[in-house]
Design a protein around this ligand. Structure first.
Ligand code: NAD
Length: 269
């Protein structure tokens, strides 16, 4: 269903790799709601994924940018405002990667070069995106910026590895940068803490299958899907949530406030 929530709004969507990506679903929903946008991803993702299909489907252009590279981000923001014909109203940061996770290095035995790289890609890139947008005065008043996170920033999930620390850093950047963006430009900044979701990044976490089933059994409403996450994100891009900022918003079917569920108890009886 479409509510025309984003009619006339322009944005940048980072992180659509394939049709499972949360950013992919969000791009489709933004398009349905009347928003226009530029898609961006790392140059290597252009070759691996199928972002071109999404661009065709949503009438949007793709601009390659490594989100850790300031020059790439500057070019992206310049080109995006030119292509879209004005300042930006919404930005989705849907980017995450840990080399320690990918290569199976244990949390207590990290390769710190990989740790640095993962932190840069998964957390600091959010600061870089916002700093470039702010320096270029590229955001419209009442614009909305959203990044995706996970509850391992607050609680221990052993196999989430160094991504837990990256997410804690990401959430802190949302608050700290969001303060200045709010004061100076009336732009809001939030993170959405999403349920485990079967995407390329999600499935890269060790034990993902068992883990997603566990989360589903713990959540009174069940796990939130990527499409449901897209719907929530759209509400945050719309004018219906203008005073929501500096928040980490759980989108997890209730998981984060459940101690134990009846379903899980029964497994131990
Ligand atoms: N899947 C889950 O279980 C889950 C749960 C909570 C939060 N998240 C978060 O959601 C976000 C999106 O992930 P997803 O699950 O849709 O997986 P995904 O693999 O589809 O998306 C991750 C994206 O990050 C991009 N990326 C990696 N390095 C980059 C760089 N240097 N510059 C620009 N882009 C880069 C990838 O190309 C990819 O498009 C991530 O922040 C992830 O941590 C995922």
């Amino acid at each position: 269903m479409s509510y025309n929530l984003l009619k006339g709004k322009r944005g940048i969507i980072f992180g659509a790799l394939d049709e499972n990506s949360i950013a992919w679903k969000t791009a489709e929903r933004v398009h349905e709601e009347g928003g226009t946008f530029v898609l961006s991803n790392a140059p290597i993702a252009m070759r691996m994924g199928s972002i071109k299909d999404l661009a065709e489907k949503t009438n949007s252009e793709i601009i390659a940018a490594d989100a850790t590279n300031i020059e790439d981000l500057e070019k992206l923001v310049d080109q995006a405002t030119e292509i879209l014909g004005g300042k930006i109203d919404f930005v989705l940061h849907s980017i995450g990667m840990s080399i320690n996770v990918r290569k199976g290095r244990h949390y207590t035995n990290q390769n710190y070069d990989w740790t640095h790289k993962g932190m840069d890609v998964s957390a600091l890139s959010f600061h870089k995106v916002m700093q470039v947008l702010k320096e270029k005065d590229a955001m419209n008043e009442w614009g909305s910026i959203v990044a995706l996170t996970y509850m391992a920033a607050q609680r221990v999930f052993p196999d989430y590895n160094d991504m837990a620390d990256n997410k804690a850093y990401l959430e802190s950047i949302a608050r700290s940068f969001g303060y200045f963006f709010g004061k100076d430009n009336k732009v809001r900044v939030n993170t959405i803490s999403q349920s485990p979701t079967p995407t390329t990044a999600g499935k890269g976490v060790k034990g993902f299958e068992a883990f997603i089933n566990y989360a589903d059994k713990m959540s009174p409403l069940g796990n939130a899907t990527a499409l449901e996450c897209a719907d929530y994100t759209i509400s945050l891009f719309s004018d219906l949530t203008k005073k929501v900022t500096l928040q980490n918003l759980y989108h997890d079917g209730g998981f984060s406030n459940v101690g134990v569920s009846q379903d899980v108890i029964e497994k131990f009886e």
